[in-house]
Design a protein around this ligand. Structure first.
Ligand code: SAM
Length: 538
């Protein structure tokens, strides 16, 4: 394998030094668990009918773990796993060997360099958590789409812009303080640094509740990343459209399915991208965007006759799998879902039904759980995407520093984006702020609890500060400053000293912070008690 590309690229170097994810080599995935990643199941959910018995699958940007999971979920498939990072490929290959997954081959491939791409077409392409690392995600997405077979499915995950703001703020803290992926000690030092913050800090909360913050490679991937980004749902929608693709199924929890959320929020006349964008803006998406895409020039196929999910029916691919099925048929059991909604409890009777002839009485429930495939195609009510002018301006405004007494606290800028969207982005056609608050009731699920009284979700924050917020929304927008060097905090000198002292005391690699950096750091680390700040012109 030729490693020259990795050595010349920050992201390649990062994943070369820190293969991701850091899952122990012996961690086991039962063959009945990743059933939602079975190619037939993904084709079915995406309205493509029955997948080929021996599908060709490409995991593009596979990391260290996915090849094992996909190999386990699709024992009869021919799987190619590629990545920019050769150490990641080596780990993934070792994992497959240890767990005796033999249907995966490995090759280095840079998604930004078509000369390294594999030959041919694929029935399923998986590109999970990779597009946000690329300089030109559209070219890569369009080219991946062109490698799909006629009915093939491309599954993509990207980060949502607003829901991930806390991670991006932590990235900013790391950058200001000089933490980076090039030093082996920095992830654990960054962990200690963030854990020194007050328990009321939303950044500390975001860090400690982020599962990957428990291991160093996870800290690098999330907080010391060399260059990732979030997408608004509208940006993702236009990317998908421009790539000649269509969203066929969102692998989201039920609440974050566009049709379901549209019905609850009265947004039935809008598009999928608008509903998902609105969920993200109000931080009620509670997950990344994960979508199954299909070619937009191929109409949805009839799903065909009902059939049991291949993971639970037919001839088992191994003795172990046969024994697991036997256990399910005798005692039932839990099979995890991949949508974060908890496990699915499979009753013994249902497991038996899947293994023999389907009883009509069981079919509706098993169909709804995705354990029976086929039947009538689901027709989404909402069109995939609508372009709404003014998004760039809105995003610039939402990120701007505003100057004056009682200016929105930049730490909570993404909450203000939701509060102000109806006036700052009129093209979106949102009702008044009060009407929106009413619409969220009773759907919004506040994250705030215990020591953190506000600042985690827009809905709960607005409930805690109704008067100050209404007062703010009734005022003319404040002027904008172009950076932290153009503003002063109240008691500026003392606060800059506090930020520098914290950085020094808690092991920041960079302690010589200029005034603008110290001011920004103070705001990120210590202003959580205030929804508004006074930012004076310099
Ligand atoms: C966040 S990890 C996701 C890994 C895996 N897909 C998963 O979900 O566990 C991103 C992966 O994309 C790979 N990657 C980043 N840029 C790439 C590029 N230009 N071409 C191919 N792979 C790339 C990295 O090496 C890394 O393994």
């Amino acid at each position: 394998m030729d490693g020259t590309r990795s050595a010349t690229n920050d992201i390649g170097r990062q994943y070369g030094d820190w293969p991701y994810p850091a899952v122990p080599l012996l961690a086991n995935v039962n063959s009945t668990h990743p059933w939602q990643l079975h190619c037939d199941s993904l084709w079915d959910r995406c309205g493509r009918g029955k997948a080929p018995d021996r599908p060709r699958i490409w995991i593009a940007g596979c990391g260290t773990f996915q090849p094992y999971v996909f190999g386990t979920a699709n024992p009869r498939a021919e799987i190619l796993a590629t990545d920019l990072s050769e150490p990641s490929l080596a780990r993934a290959q070792r994992r497959c060997a240890v767990h005796r997954v033999r249907n995966v081959t490995f090759a280095p491939c840079d998604l930004e360099d078509p000369s390294t791409w594999p030959e041919g077409e694929f029935d399923l392409i998986e590109c999970y958590g990779v597009l946000m690392n690329l300089r030109d995600p559209l070219s890569a997405l369009a080219a991946l789409g062109q490698r799909l077979t006629r009915d093939g499915v491309l599954r993509v995950m990207v980060y949502p812009q607003f829901s991930r703001t806390r991670v991006f703020q932590l990235q900013r803290v790391a950058r200001l303080c000089g933490f980076h992926a090039g030093d082996r000690s920095h992830p654990s030092r960054f962990r200690a640094f963030v854990r020194s913050l007050a328990r009321t800090s939303p950044l500390r909360y975001a860090f400690t509740t982020y599962a990957d913050s428990r291991n160093d490679a996870g800290i690098v991937d999330a907080f010391l990343h060399a260059g990732d980004r979030g997408f608004t749902a509208w940006q993702l929608g236009s990317l998908i459209e421009a790539a000649g693709l269509e969203p066929a199924h969102w692998m989201h929890r039920p609440w974050a399915q566009p049709d379901v959320a549209a019905a609850r929020l009265g947004l039935q006349a809008r598009s999928q991208s608008t509903v998902l964008g609105y969920l993200d803006l109000w931080q009620e998406l509670r997950q990344n965007f994960v979508v199954g895409l299909v070619r937009d020039d191929v109409a949805a196929a009839a799903k065909g006759p009902l059939r049991p999910h291949p993971t639970f029916a037919g001839k088992p691919a191994s003795l172990r799998h046969a024994l697991r099925l036997l256990r399910l048929r005798l005692f039932g059991g839990r099979v995890p879902t991949r949508t974060g909604d908890g496990d699915l409890v499979l009753r013994a009777r249902d497991a038996r039904a899947l293994g023999s002839s389907l009883d009509a009485r069981d079919v509706p429930r098993l169909l709804a759980d995705g354990l029976v495939l086929g039947g009538e195609p689901e027709q989404p009510d909402l069109c995939p995407h609508e372009v709404i002018a003014g998004e760039d301006r809105f995003l610039r405004d939402a990120a701007a520093l505003r100057v004056g007494r009682r200016a929105p606290n930049p730490l909570y800028g993404h909450l203000f984006a939701a509060f102000e969207a109806d006036r700052r982005w009129p093209e979106l056609g949102l009702p008044s702020f009060d009407d929106q608050m009413g619409t969220w009731l009773p759907w919004a699920s506040p994250l705030e609890h215990g020591r953190i009284r506000f600042g985690l979700s827009p809905y709960a924050t607005a409930q805690r500060h109704p008067t100050a917020l209404r007062d703010h929304l009734g005022r003319e927008p404040l002027p904008v400053a172009h950076g932290y060097d153009a503003v002063r905090l109240r008691d500026d000198t003392r606060r800059l000293a506090a930020a520098r002292a914290f950085a020094t005391a808690h092991g920041a690699p960079r302690t010589q912070l200029d005034d603008a950096a110290a001011r920004e750091l103070w705001t990120l680390l210590f202003s959580q008690e205030d929804l508004f700040l006074t930012l004076l012109p310099a």
